[in-house]
Design a protein around this ligand. Structure first.
Ligand SMILES: C[S@@+](CC[C@H](N)C(=O)[O-])C[C@H]1O[C@@H](n2cnc3c(N)ncnc32)[C@H](O)[C@@H]1O
Length: 232
């Protein structure tokens, strides 16, 4: 499928799929969306609720699964946050159709995030091999998994899931009870799943498989988003 690099409203780039009229991030701002949905309402919320501050206690590692590694933007911002907050993150990025290095080089995330000194870390996210764990910084390890979301069958593995699939308009098969059952099973107790979507059918599918779902204010350009918790 054809892919084009475009600039979103906050100045950060994303990939546009002309055939589907779909993008990897919100056209209202890729970086703003990533911070709002996945960092603020995902990572920060989880750390606050678990009272994870500095990781003095052994085993206070946070395991994050990303549904759709894509450009690596969510992974990069999480790496920057892990360093800032001094929390240990093991990050797992599932992706069936990896973005090409040629495309990665055209993305402006280090500049737009004012993290030019960290550009080598962004590149490393893409250079490391798949299916193996790599320590990218002292607080952030990455395992890229080249697989389909339907193949995610692990149990009680993750504290947080960033559910960042393309929208239900173009990939309705990824927003079903079956997929959310797999996500529910893959989370540990008290784990949370966050997504930019706020569709009623998505919320109902999450509730049917056992999630407690909250509607939260969305990022710029979107009224609401969803956070689903696997309660004890
Ligand atoms: C919205 S984009 C993810 C954006 C990404 N989180 C980022 O920060 O760039 C959705 C991703 O899901 C991947 N994808 C689509 N269908 C898939 C499937 N069935 N299994 C695994 N990956 C899939 C696409 O290749 C794309 O990278």
């Amino acid at each position: 499928m054809q892919r084009e690099i475009v600039i979103t409203a906050d100045g950060s780039s994303t990939i546009h799929l002309p055939e589907w009229g779909e993008q990897y991030h919100s056209k209202h701002g890729a970086i703003q969306e990533a911070y709002h949905v996945f960092i603020k309402h995902g990572l920060h919320h989880y750390c606050d609720s678990e009272q994870i501050e500095e990781p003095h206690i052994l085993n206070s590692k946070t395991d994050i699964l990303e549904i759709g590694f894509g450009t690596g933007l969510n992974a990069f911002i999480t790496l920057l946050e892990a360093e800032k907050l001094k929390i240990d993150v093991d990050y797992f990025g599932a992706e069936a159709y990896p973005v090409l290095m040629d495309e990665i080089k055209q993305l402006n995330y280090s500049k737009e995030l004012k993290a030019e000194n960290e550009v080598s870390h962004f590149n490393k996210l893409h250079e490391v091999s798949w299916e193996a764990s790599h320590k990218v910084t002292s607080h952030f390890s990455l395992t890229k998994q080249n697989r389909f979301f339907s193949e995610i069958k692990e149990k009680d593995c993750y504290n947080i899931i960033y559910f960042d699939a393309f929208g239900a308009r173009v990939q309705p098969e990824l927003w079903t009870e079956k997929i959310f059952q797999n996500m529910f099973d893959a989370l540990k107790t008290n784990g949370v799943l966050v997504t930019y979507s706020a569709k009623g059918s998505v919320r109902r599918a999450m509730e049917t498989v056992g999630f407690k779902v909250e509607r939260l204010p969305g990022p710029p350009g979107k009224r609401e988003m969803l956070r689903a918790c696997k309660e004890a």
